[in-house]
Ligand binder design. Sequence first.
Ligand SMILES: Cc1cc2nc3c(=O)[nH]c(=O)nc-3n(C[C@H](O)[C@H](O)[C@H](O)COP(=O)(O)O)c2cc1C
Length: 214
Amino acid sequence: MKALLLSSSPRYDGNSTTLAKHVAIGLEEAGHVTEFQHTHDIVSTFLRDCRTCRHPNGECAITDDFRDVFFNHFLPADGLIVATPIYWYGMSAQLKAFFDRMFCYVAASHPWSSETIERMQRKRIGLVLSSEETFPTVSTAITHQIQEYSRYTQSCFVGVVHGYGNARGEVARDPNDPMAAAKKFGRTFFDAHATDFRIDTPRPARVWNQEPGV
Ligand SMILES: Cc1cc2nc3c(=O)[nH]c(=O)nc-3n(C[C@H](O)[C@H](O)[C@H](O)COP(=O)(O)O)c2cc1C
């Protein structure tokens, strides 16, 4: 399988990127093709008013690497893992801009929007977080947003790796060992049991295989 890892801290050697790199190690150990990108290198500005910004052929007029990464790395991937520091209880502006900029290519006014919408669907999605604070709901807003994105695109939100630290690389000292969790997350990303049922979803009565006779 093919995974795109998108790291969105402006710190190239920061906590969320360190965790994302461990996810990449796990993915590679499991034999998956893994690409690592930093939003900082790709997205130079926010979404603009497409109606006034677009070229006459429907293409986005912003000249940065978003288009290349979106079409040649994100759409062909089977899985997307986004990494972000928690900023003001949400995701980084860089990551939000990456999601927002997709709009240019899914809007009906873009010539290939139907094909693009089809190719955005049914991916596996992962989330990697770092934060200073540890209270359980510090990540609620981001987790919810990624869940809604996954639902909207008929994707599967596989799970979250969250490490704690503030100074650059401090996450390595987190006694919960999120680096090990990140590696394991990467190793199992494409096979892990991940469900989000609808009322009529066919499923067995048990979640895990039972020993015979149990
Ligand atoms: C603009 C900004 C906002 C932040 N907001 C929060 C926050 O709301 N909650 C929190 O726990 N940490 C917050 N932090 C701390 C970072 O989440 C923390 O230092 C994180 O580990 C940084 O990750 P990085 O090294 O990948 O950039 C904030 C840091 C910055 C720079």
